[in-house]
Design a protein around this ligand. Sequence first.
Ligand SMILES: Cc1cc2nc3c(=O)[nH]c(=O)nc-3n(C[C@H](O)[C@H](O)[C@H](O)COP(=O)(O)O)c2cc1C
Length: 306
Amino acid sequence: MQIAALLHKNPLVLAPLAGYSDLPFRLLCRRFGAGLCYTEMVSCHGLVYDRQKTVQLTRSVPEERPVALQLFGADPEKMGKAAAIASEMGIDIIDINMGCPVKKVVKKGAGAGLMKTPDLAAAIIRRVCASTSLPVSVKIRLGWTPDTLTAPQFARMAEENGASLIAVHGRTWSQGFGGDVDWQSIASVKKSVAIPVIGNGDITSHRDALDKLARWGCDGVMIGRGAMGNPWIFSPADTPGSLSERCQGLLQHLELIRLYYSEPDRMLARIKNHAGRYFKGITGGSAFRRRIYAAPTFDALQNIIS
Ligand SMILES: Cc1cc2nc3c(=O)[nH]c(=O)nc-3n(C[C@H](O)[C@H](O)[C@H](O)COP(=O)(O)O)c2cc1C
């Protein structure tokens, strides 16, 4: 009920994006209108063994709430322990990644690999739910291949084992990120469960998000790549009206990076990747990107944008 009310108030959700949906970007997306943001995927092992790189990914602040922290792994016990640790971090939802198609994740039975092993997936969901008092969401795909669209049964299984929310990317594992998103099948997932369902895949504008929401009856819509370099997608403004507005948005993003990363120069490549995306598809964009990529330091980058 709580999650349904949350999505009813604001159904626009920032997707978990490894390498992108870190604390500064989540805060920025909240500022621009996102109702709920997901963290990057966090390894259950990294959290249980207190690996600093992993722990850094879990950093959150009260201003960004509500926030969902996404865990990945294939070991029910470790996932349960990680969920218990994450529950103490001032977050609102624990999400389990059952949709990541990346080889090194799937090879270990985690991510989308769990859609092939529903008994193990059920054990993980049960263990995570037993280890936390927070609501648990599960992010899935439509199935393994177009011939095995198991998402409706899988979502029902998740609900029966304690999940309170399903997010579904409307592609199969075999599609990766290519081919069309099948919103009809996302709608079938929505019809198969009583818990809220968030639809996800290829949303390109604010209007598109609202249209998908109205057309397919989901409780929320999740935006990933459409938000990268474009947090405006969460607001009715949709895209910045001028180059200056675009730069103002990026400057806000850079200020948040400076606030939350003590050594931004150490992650300059990642920051440039974010920054370059603000100038995709606009006249003169490639010249801007060249200047961004040539910046030797974070300060220099900030000066260029200023
Ligand atoms: C760079 C990148 C990183 C991603 N990282 C994650 C992740 O950590 N966890 C996850 O569940 N999905 C991840 N995804 C998948 C997205 O959350 C989303 O399901 C997918 O991109 C489809 O939505 P979109 O078309 O709006 O991007 C990632 C996608 C991209 C492009």
